[in-house]
Design a binder for this molecule. Structure first.
Ligand code: HMG
Length: 448
């Protein structure tokens, strides 16, 4: 069967940076350790005044096309995944295609364009759409571009304000990909939940603590559903486990539960039994509560073992490095985690060709999806072509007062939005927001 997957990837961070431990925590009257240790976050990225979901997405897609030597005729589909859209009818992909047409001679009139919505998981759903389109043989030899782009803002003083971020990931989906091949096998965990939603409003209504529990419950279902297709997962089966990362502490919790699940009835459980006993089994307890308490105690001991720590340091921690510096990018988050894990492996001189990743996506509302990706021979070249470190280093460090202004600038509520804030950085060979058109549309220009 045709091998289909991600041929190349580009990441575009918002050009502003808020230091959570040094700047945000003191202003909120909180300890820096809540961020650095509890949530596992050091900084959030934000868009400058001339950036938004379109500019970040278009700039990522432009670099992707340039780097791969592509012309519009090579692209048959442009899908955008976002939960920060500013238009209920015209999809963000049309705005992005319009930007790209300013810098290419040809147009994208032949390309199918759309916009996917399901909170953070829609980036992965767009990958599915592209995969299915190619596998169905409808692509006429062309590739798809998937852009996951968000400005993840919460209302001021909402607990979610700790986990904001902004950026875009552009992915090229093709036959015989250079980066990763996507598995046909998938697992789902999906339920009607009201833990995080934006009913006709820009900033989310969130029940934060419940959202954490819903993430864990749906992810568990997705893993079990995936195992019903491929058989039991063993922790050594996968080189990396990039998961949706609203903040690294969330994945730390998920990883502990996943490892407990993966090692049940394996030689690892037996080897650890001398030190921490065997895993509690439900049938040995009178009530769910008693079982849960015992399972929680076992998990705490498990995460203290060298075996767990070695697995976590190798498979999970490298996927969190970028997230710590940029925060939650909603639809882009799991795709940032993938890049983060591969980038860390490259820097450590590892050869991952042929290795597999277990990818866990999640969107509130709520749905989790799990699939595997096989790392292709071109992965090291693809990852070394990224300019991510330069982008992160070039970000402008905001003071708290500047952060307050930036939050207002990106507030869609016209009364709250301020337009007289000067940019903090200079545009350089990129698309910028350029004001409003006669029908209320946002307009964009390429600045040399
Ligand atoms: P909070 O009330 O700000 O923070 O809520 P907290 O008091 O729970 O502290 C956070 C962690 O820091 C805790 O760790 C504290 O113990 C620890 P935990 O007990 O959970 O392991 N802590 C400290 N550690 C060391 N030293 C200290 C210290 N102080 C505290 N001094 C919350 C945090 C994440 C709930 C909030 O920020 C929030 O509501 N965020 C938004 C919702 C969210 O991100 N949910 C995640 C799951 S849902 C999801 O992933 C989907 C999403 O991406 C949206 C989508 O799909 O579209 C959000």
């Amino acid at each position: 069967m045709t091998s289909v997957g991600i041929d190349a990837i580009e990441v575009r961070t918002g050009k502003l940076r808020l230091d959570l431990a040094e700047t945000f925590a003191p202003a909120q009257g909180e300890k820096p350790e809540k961020y650095t240790k509890g949530l596992g976050l050091y900084a959030s990225s934000f868009p400058d005044v001339y950036e938004d979901i379109v500019t970040m997405g278009a700039n990522a897609a432009h670099r992707l096309m340039d780097r791969k030597g592509l012309e519009p005729d090579d692209i048959g589909r442009i899908d955008v995944a976002t939960e920060s859209a500013f238009d209920n009818s015209k999809p963000v992909s049309t705005y992005i295609a319009g930007c790209l047409e300013q810098v290419y001679e040809d147009d994208f009139h032949h390309a199918n364009k759309g916009e996917r919505k399901f909170a953070c998981i829609s980036g992965t759903q767009s990958l599915d759409d592209a995969f299915n389109w190619i596998r169905a043989g409808r692509h006429r030899g062309r590739s798809a571009i998937v852009v996951a782009t968000d400005t993840a803002l919460y209302a001021r003083d909402d607990p979610g304000e700790a986990t904001q971020g902004a950026g875009a990931v552009a992915m090229l989906i093709s036959e015989d990909p250079d980066l990763v091949e996507l598995s046909t096998e998938q697992g789902y965990g999906s339920a009607d939940e009201t833990d995080f939603l934006k009913p006709q409003q820009q900033f989310p209504s969130v029940d934060g603590k419940r959202s954490v529990q819903v993430y864990l419950a749906r992810m568990r279902e997705a893993i079990e559903d995936y195992e019903s297709v491929v058989g039991p997962i063993h922790p050594e089966d996968y080189a990396l486990g990039p998961f949706h990362t609203p903040f690294p502490g969330m994945v730390r919790k998920a990883a502990a539960l996943a490892f407990r699940h993966f090692t049940r009835d394996t030689e690892i459980e037996e080897q650890l039994a001398a030190d921490i006993g065997r895993q509690p089994r439900r049938e040995a307890f009178d009530s769910d509560d008693a079982f849960r308490e015992a399972a929680g105690e076992y998990t705490d001991e498990l995460t203290d073992t060298d075996r767990y720590r070695e697995w976590y340091a190798r498979c999970v921690d490298p996927t969190l490095e970028l997230s710590r510096e940029v925060g939650n990018w909603y639809t882009g988050s799991v795709h940032v985690a993938r890049v983060s894990g591969l980038k860390a492996a490259l820097e450590n001189g590892e050869n991952l060709t042929g290795g597999r990743m277990l990818v866990g996506s999640y969107g509130s509302g709520a749905q989790a999806e799990v699939h595997a990706e096989t790392i292709q021979a071109g992965w090291a070249e693809e990852i070394s072509a990224l300019d991510l470190d330069e982008q992160l280093d070039a970000r402008y460090d905001l003071s708290f007062a500047e952060y307050e202004d930036v939050h207002d600038v990106h507030n869609h509520d016209e009364d709250a939005g301020v337009t007289d804030v000067e940019g903090f950085t200079q545009p350089d060979a990129e698309f910028v927001f350029d004001g409003w058109g006669r029908m209320g549309e946002r307009k964009y220009t390429y600045v040399e």
